[in-house]
Ligand binder design. Structure first.
Ligand SMILES: [Mn+2]
Length: 284
């Protein structure tokens, strides 16, 4: 059994860590081009789950592999602070090996209402509310996408936006916003794939402004971007991972305990054109 405890952080520790990492994220582009990375572990939503984070960090700490995290570190689970701070400490130690992308829960309007604000306020009252603001400032500088292996694999949190032709189009955008400033940014963080959709359809499960994207939209985007494979997160998947569109898109979900709902938390391993699913329970 893996030890489930993550390190504890005081408000002073947190402020120091956030201030150190702010400039690191600030300097990263909105799309990370990691062309010479041929092999990487890719991690989906963690949502404040200390057990899943412990297993993933143990793997990270004992290996030299590149790790790309797809966002949704906070909300829902009770350990968003510890999960994000412990990932940030690895980022500070190995900025060229550990990459943190932004999820829709690293946005202020979302993490105000889905648990992270309460987590901080319950622990530290007014000081917690002030820390919430500092976390959100750091979140605003997280990159939105990464591509590796000469662009063969794309990693992002949600999905393909209706008005984005290729990943290069995203480079027109700056970072630093607390909540998505337009439909492209919102949809990139929120959209979901769906085999029964051709292009795009309203996403009634998620709400107004969010869309399902289908095979045609996916294939066109991948062709325009000259990419072969995509890994994304964002959707609750009980089995931990699900393939779409002839196994060109892999959706992963990485908590072990997801607010009491069953989940076989999984991560992905990309190795020179091959994508594999790794179940966290097999690493325990
Ligand atoms: Mn999400």
């Amino acid at each position: 059994m893996v030890k489930v405890s993550l390190k504890e952080y005081s408000p002073d520790d947190i402020r120091k860590i956030l201030r150190r990492v702010e400039g690191v994220f600030y300097d990263e582009p909105i799309v990370l081009d990691l062309g010479d990375v041929r092999r990487a572990y890719i991690v989906g939503d963690i949502h404040g789950d200390a057990v899943a984070a412990s297993i993933i960090l143990r793997l990270l700490d004992k290996s030299d592999e590149v790790f790309i995290f797809l966002g949704d570190y906070v909300d829902r689970g009770s350990y968003g602070t510890e999960v994000f701070c412990s990932l940030v400490e690895r980022k500070l130690d190995s900025p060229q090996r550990v990459f943190l992308l932004r999820g829709n829960h690293e946005c202020q309007e979302t993490n105000r209402y889905y648990g992270f604000y309460e987590e901080l306020a319950m622990k530290w009252w007014e000081e917690g509310a002030a820390l919430w603001d500092e976390f959100n400032k750091v979140f605003s500088y997280l990159p939105l996408a990464a591509r590796i292996d000469e662009g063969r694999l794309i990693c992002l949190h949600g999905g393909i936006p209706r008005r984005l032709r290729s990943l290069d189009g995203l480079k027109r955008y700056r970072k630093g916003w607390r909540d998505p400033e337009d439909d492209v940014l919102l949809e990139l963080l929120w959209n979901d794939p769906d085999e029964s959709v051709d292009e795009f359809a309203p996403n009634f499960m998620r709400g107004p402004g969010v869309f399902l994207f289908g095979r045609k939209a996916f294939e066109r985007f991948m062709q325009e971007t000259r990419a072969e494979l995509m890994v994304r997160a964002h959707t609750y998947i009980p089995e931990g991972a699900r393939w779409f569109f002839d196994k060109r898109l892999l959706s992963i979900f990485s908590p072990i305990d997801y607010v009491g709902r069953p989940v076989n938390g999984s991560i992905a391993l990309y190795d020179r054109g091959e994508l594999k699913v790794v179940e966290l329970r097999k690493l325990r």
